[in-house]
Structures are given as C-alpha cells and as structure tokens.
Design a binder for this molecule. Sequence first.
Ligand SMILES: Cc1cc2nc3c(=O)[nH]c(=O)nc-3n(C[C@H](O)[C@H](O)[C@H](O)COP(=O)(O)OP(=O)(O)OC[C@H]3O[C@@H](n4cnc5c(N)ncnc54)[C@H](O)[C@@H]3O)c2cc1C
Ligand code: HEM
Length: 409
Amino acid sequence: MPFTPLLTCESLLSETSESVVRATAGVVAEHAEQITARFYPRMFAERPDLLRVFNQGNQATGEQSRALAASVVAYAVHLIDPEAPPFDHVMTRIAHKHLSLGVRPEQYTTVGHHLLAAVAEVLGDAVTAQVAQAWSEVYWLFATQLIAEEARLYQQAGIDPAHPLRVYQVVRRIEETAGVVSLVLSPADGEPLPAISPGQYVSVFVDLPDGGRQPRQYTVSSTASETRLQITVSRVTGVGGAPDGRVSSYLHDVVRPGDLLDVSNPAGDFIVESSSRPLLLVSAGAGITTVLPIVEHLARTQPQRQVVVAHADRTQHDHALRQTVLHAGRQLDDFTSHVWYEAVDGDDHQSRHGLMDLGDVPLPDDLAVFTCGPLPFMRHVRAGLLARGVPASEIRYEVFGPDLWATQV
Ligand SMILES: Cc1cc2nc3c(=O)[nH]c(=O)nc-3n(C[C@H](O)[C@H](O)[C@H](O)COP(=O)(O)OP(=O)(O)OC[C@H]3O[C@@H](n4cnc5c(N)ncnc54)[C@H](O)[C@@H]3O)c2cc1C
Ligand code: HEM
C-alpha cells in the first residue's frame, strides 16, 4: 500500500501562526538577507567558538548568509503553500552538511535565539508578540525536522555527534597539475575506512598558522583503495584584491606526508543509484573530483553501464585527473569522453575549443545526469539539456559552496 502521510505539511503550523506567516512571509522574504547578515555577527559575538565551525570565506562573501535566508523563506513558503516546489532535497542537503560538521541538537537553541532576535532587530515594531511566536514556530518546525534527519544520519553512520571527526595521516601527495594536488589519507587509528558512496565529500578541519581553525568540504576523489581515502584540492587564488583561499593554500603549501588532519565521516547525497540507465557526468574545473569516484565505482560494479563524461577546463594542463578518469573509463564496456578547453594546444586535435556545448554530443535516451562545477556553468548545462528534452528531475548537481540554487530549482 502506498505510504500516506498523516499530516500534510500545511497542517504543521498552528492555525493562528499560519495566518500570521501568510501575512508576513513577503516582508520577511524581502528582508531575509538583512536578517541573516545581522544574525551571524550577533551569534559569533556571543559564541566565538563557532567561528571555528563556520566557513569564514563564506561569511566574507555573504554566500552562507544568503543560503540560510533562502532556505528559511523557502521552508516557510512550503508550510503555507501546498503548490510550493518540493523541499526535501534542500532539507537533505543541509542535514548532510551539518552531519559533516558535527552540528548537535543543542546548538539549535543558540541559532534559534540569535536568528529570531535578528528578525526583531531588522523588522522592529512590525514584530508583535504574535509575529514573533509565528516565526519561532516556523524556526522550530524546521529545526525539529533537521535534528531528526541528522539524528538518523548520525545513527546510520555510527557516529557520536560529540566526536564527529577522525584523525587521518597524509601518506602521499600527488601533484596533479600546477594548481591541483591530491592528498592520500589513511586513518591514523589503523581501523577500516568508513563506508563511502562515490560522489560524497568529507569535511577536513585544519589548524591554521594564525591560530584559527577552519573546516572545508572535499569530495572523496577516488575510491580505488579500500584502505585509503583521497581528496583532490584545487588552489583558490584571490581575484581583484580578494585574499587567496585559506584552507586550499594551506593544504597546498604546508601539508606534507606524515601530517595529521581531522576528517569527518563521508556525507552528501550526490550519489549514483545502481540502475541500468545511461549516465552523463558533466564537470568543469574542480568538479572533476566527483567524476572519477563514480567512474571507478561503475567500473567495479556495473561495467556494462553506458557512461558519457563531458568536462570543461581552461587548458589541458589545468585538467586534473584526466588520465585517471580515462583509465577507469577503459574498464567500462561503453564509455565516451568529451572535452572543451578555453585554449586548445596546437597539437591537440580531439578537444573542442571554447565553452562546453552539449548541443551536438550524441546522448542516449533515458539519461541520468550528474553535474558539478561553478553555478553559471551548471545553469548553462542544465538549460542546454532541458532544451534537448532531458527532464529536470533527471539532472542532479553538486555545488562546491553553500547551495544558492537549491531553493530555485
Ligand atoms: C560539497 C563540497 C565539495 C567540495 N569538493 C571540493 C573538491 O573536491 N576539491 C576542491 O578543490 N574543492 C572542493 N570544494 C570547495 C572547498 O570546500 C573550498 O571551498 C575551497 O577549497 C576554497 O576554500 P579556501 O579555504 O581555500 O578558500 P576561502 O578562504 O574559503 O575563500 C573562498 C573564496 O572567498 C574569497 N574570500 C575570502 N575572504 C574574502 C574576503 N574577506 N573578501 C572577499 N573575498 C573573500 C576568496 O578570495 C575565495 O575566492 C567543495 C565544496 C563543497 C561544499
Ligand atoms: C533551522 C536551523 C538551521 C537552518 C535552516 C540551517 C540552514 C543551513 C543552510 C541552508 C546551510 C548551507 C547548506 C549548503 O551548503 O548548501 C547550512 C550550513 C551550515 N550550518 Fe546550518 N542551519 C540551521 C542550524 C544550524 C545549527 C544549529 C548549526 C550549529 C552551529 C549550524 C551550522 C552550520 C554550518 C557550520 C554550516 C556550513 C556553513 C558554511 O560552510 O559556510 N546550522 N545551514
């Protein structure tokens, strides 16, 4: 029998709060980014320890603030509008990210306190007791669902949220290109690796020379070894006066074999299900790190599955993991690779020139698409595939930063 939820989402809010949220959703949405921009400094002033858990690069660019604002607004709309776009993927994405960072239930009280105080600060007198109560209800409904999903994920992975990290030793560095290094990591306790689904990432926490501690997510870029975990890090250089990336620079310039890193359990739902459907894996730049583990996995488990890879990069000298992907692809029965470079070497007669254009690439029917790269690139790819009749529901994506797209697609 199909599962019928006893509660529909719109009935989760109390009747009074529902009408208040309906009446105030517009004004909250309009000020959402102002609210979250106030929220973080408030919270960090009282809890400076959280500066070591939140990505300070995303604070500086405002991306995390925008992602939080968009998620809360989309959640509220989802509560009051039965026609609202699906929200499950947003919830899952956040829960996985929280899992990788060791977010704990009791921290929701701190976040809730400062977020609701920031709403009152920004909206002033418009926040009557009734409005405050209604938005507190929205927050706690969202929080409760996230806490439940995170508890399920922690339990499934056998992680104690009070100790979410394991120490790994760097056993090897592979200079993939001038700007990309792979680090091969081995659990320092000598115990087996956790279960890793190809496409998942880990959060790596580093203690920086300035005394700060920061986490960043890195895709597990190869699952070829059953005892070692590999990440592949692209060096981020600052553009237009912005500083160079803190953690990527540290991993490139300082970390050497023998060093220890704190690493989370693998997380993320950018995972290829086992099915017979053909796959199109579309990447740009560092997005290639999601392609290799998937191709390797299929070579091991489903070599008969048809796979097309398409990658875009600046030049072939910037194209990391190229040979490794081709090597893994050769173990598949039906594997095709397409490449676009902004500048093609004179002796390279196979790669295409310019931005990726899938328009004339032969694509199999009933395709499942996985794409990873900068947002403008993925928007372009998605538009092209939709125009070719690929259903939106078959295009999955991974963003290497706070997901500012999830609430829009
Ligand atoms: C799920 C996921 C998977 C990922 N997988 C990979 C992977 O496999 N490989 C990989 O290389 N990366 C990956 N990333 C990206 C990675 O997590 C980091 O974001 C990346 O390495 C940059 O981190 P950083 O500390 O070097 O840069 P940051 O210090 O965080 O800086 C990031 C950007 O912000 C700008 N910035 C920082 N401070 C300021 C300021 N004050 N003013 C203006 N601009 C500022 C910097 O110039 C830079 O452009 C992944 C991210 C996610 C979310
Ligand atoms: C209802 C409450 C919460 C909501 C709606 C929420 C929402 C989000 C969203 C949308 C993201 C970005 C996900 C992405 O990468 O795409 C995120 C990331 C994050 N959240 Fe939460 N969150 C909540 C509670 C918490 C709590 C209690 C903590 C613990 C202190 C926390 C810590 C973090 C951290 C550290 C990140 C990563 C930030 C970054 O990489 O810049 N969150 N959250």
